[in-house]
Write a protein that binds this ligand. Sequence first.
Ligand code: SAM
Length: 243
Amino acid sequence: MTRRRWIAEHWDEATASITGAQAAHMARVLRAQPGMEADVVAGGHVFHAELAAVSADEVRFNLVSEVQADPALPITLVMAIYKFDHMEWAIEKATELGVAALAPVIAQRTEKHLAQAAEKRAERWRRIAHEAAQQSRRSDVPLVHPPAPLASRIRAASQSVRIVLAEQERTTTLRQLMLEAIETAGSEMPSLEIAIGPEGGWAPAEEALFDADGWRAVTLGPRILRAETAAIAALSVVASCLE
Ligand code: SAM
């Protein structure tokens, strides 16, 4: 049976601990007991651990031995903010699929009330990523950047291959661009930024800005996908090329 995996908030070279709601859940609901074995993620490393002490405020583990960790995919998913429930589902799926970071951006067609509420919502997005990372037994939690205007993300200096999922693009597929990027990167693994538009799609001025700043437009095929579907499709294509 696979050991449960927990992501610690505090650690040193020999112990790690979980506090807050997670600790209370482990103590009260899971009735965790000293001696229980688990995998504990501490500082991006995964350890085989043994539970040393349990209380509703803190669960402390002794770290026994380090185990093989699985690196995240070197991808930052740039997500135009759209209907929060659909977007939060996409954050959970992107985390399960191994994304390294999520960058919520305010696009021209992001609804105004969602743009205004985004700042406050970011903590919830980080909690969703943390829970999905734990559930999918990742050895790290994706970084969730603070919401920012799309133009600042487009123009930001970056060493990554920058890709915009463009439903109007008919020539270059994501797979073709990935094979080209892997070829260019040689023995390294290319790092990527992948941008997905809002429900209303990219505005013409945004498409021009992506183009002017060297982002490569790719298609995921002839059908128009919901943003959350496009996120899953794109990450699956990239993972199949990289792993
Ligand atoms: N403008 C679209 C329409 O005509 O209905 C709606 C945009 S779609 C719901 C949201 C985003 O998903 C798009 O901006 C794009 O980034 C991505 N997307 C959807 N289908 C795609 C496809 N076939 N190829 C590339 N990107 C796609």
